[in-house]
Design a protein around this ligand. Structure first.
Ligand SMILES: C[S@@+](CC[C@H](N)C(=O)[O-])C[C@H]1O[C@@H](n2cnc3c(N)ncnc32)[C@H](O)[C@@H]1O
Length: 143
């Protein structure tokens, strides 16, 4: 991730990355509307990710659409790119209500089937086997 000097300073304000309050402040100062991509961007992810998600050897053919969980979504554009590539069963989770409200506002018209939840990923409230894929740029893709 290439950062400007202003972004470097902003990152320092995060301090403890596990603090919800810090992430709320980060997105409030940064402005959640302006995407902030961590780790990798769509052009480098597109090929390998679409190939993996379109693989035919997923456990039992999942009913369409493939249900994908994106934990700690932030305001990355990754889910929007995936949705526009045809994946409609995307659920995004983040514990920062600042960023989730902004992402909901940003997508509700253009991507009405995409779901956004304020939720702590360490205490998720989904039933077992809700998702066929979990996507985290920091951790990779789990099918
Ligand atoms: C390093 S950013 C990554 C954002 C995005 N996935 C990306 O790749 O650009 C981490 C994100 O995870 C969220 N987060 C951190 N801990 C979390 C937790 N326990 N539950 C839900 N979201 C969390 C933060 O609010 C932040 O949006």
């Amino acid at each position: 991730m290439a950062t400007t000097r202003g972004e470097d300073l902003l990152l320092k304000t995060l301090g403890d990355f596990t603090s919800k309050e810090n992430w709320d402040s980060f997105f409030t100062i940064k402005g959640a509307e302006d995407p902030f991509e961590w780790y990798a961007e769509w052009p480098s992810l597109r090929g390998p990710l679409l190939a993996e998600l379109s693989a035919t050897d997923l456990p039992t053919p999942p009913p369409p659409p493939l249900q994908i969980l994106v934990p700690g979504c932030g305001n990355s554009r990754l889910s929007e790119h995936l949705y526009d590539a045809g994946f409609r069963g995307i659920t995004n989770v983040d514990f920062s209500k600042v960023v989730v409200s902004e992402m909901l506002r940003r997508n509700i018209r253009a991507r009405p089937e995409m779901r956004w939840r304020v939720m702590d990923m360490t205490q998720m409230q989904f039933a077992d086997e809700t998702f066929e894929a979990v996507l985290d740029k920091g951790e990779g893709l789990t099918l």
